[in-house]
Design a protein. Structure first.
Length: 198
């Protein structure tokens, strides 16, 4: 082959890039034992979260009014994972639900507002926790208050647990220390980041 033949050859077409593999669907079965840990085995919570674990549509069919109130409504398939996680945290925290197993606060909540919600959660759990003697500073910010509360409940066998929803709000739960690591592992399997403030 001469040099002119070399330059006259057509360039080889680039092979098309392989389409990315779609992510496998998330198995939400882990939400059921997570709910049991958070709610101290509340049977109604277990039934509700078992519905949610099968998919958002099933839960929405059972609780259309709540889903509408929370502005979830119809959810596109690409947003279902995030919606399932949001439903889980709001439902258990008691946001417009009959349950009070957690607290929902924003990033600038006053200590007394946090404590008021956690007292309700502790009562629902029949947890022997008293928040009255936590020595908050007069101008305690939310982050410092959460650290102080976390230390207080840890000394009594509980973990103040945050389930992160990637927002500027906190979903807080009181979890027995003995179940905390298991909750973190279960949560990771469905895309939650779970941590304790202290």
């Amino acid at each position: 082959m001469g040099i002119f033949d070399f330059f006259s050859r057509k360039p080889r077409a680039a092979s098309p890039a392989a389409a990315p593999e779609p992510a496998p669907p998330v198995d939400y079965a882990a939400l059921v034992p997570m709910a049991a840990i958070i709610s101290n085995d509340d049977a109604q919570v277990a039934a509700d979260i078992a519905l949610l674990a099968t998919g958002y549509e099933t839960f929405q069919a059972a609780y259309p009014g709540w889903c509408e109130t929370m502005s979830f409504g119809e959810v596109a398939p690409e947003h279902e994972d995030a919606t399932v996680r949001d439903v889980f945290v709001y439902w258990l925290a008691g946001y417009e639900t009959p349950f009070h197993y957690g607290a929902y606060i924003d990033w600038k909540a006053a200590p007394e507002d946090i404590v008021w919600q956690l007292e309700r959660a502790a009562a629902s759990l029949h947890a022997p926790l008293d928040f009255a003697d936590i020595p908050f500073a007069a101008d305690e910010d939310t982050e410092a208050a959460l650290e102080r509360i976390a230390q207080h409940v840890r000394a009594r066998g509980y973990a103040l647990t945050v389930i992160d929803t990637e927002s500027d709000s906190y979903h807080l739960y009181l979890v027995p220390e003995t179940e905390y690591d298991r909750l973190v592992t279960l949560g990771a399997s469905v895309g939650f980041r779970i941590f304790s403030p202290a």
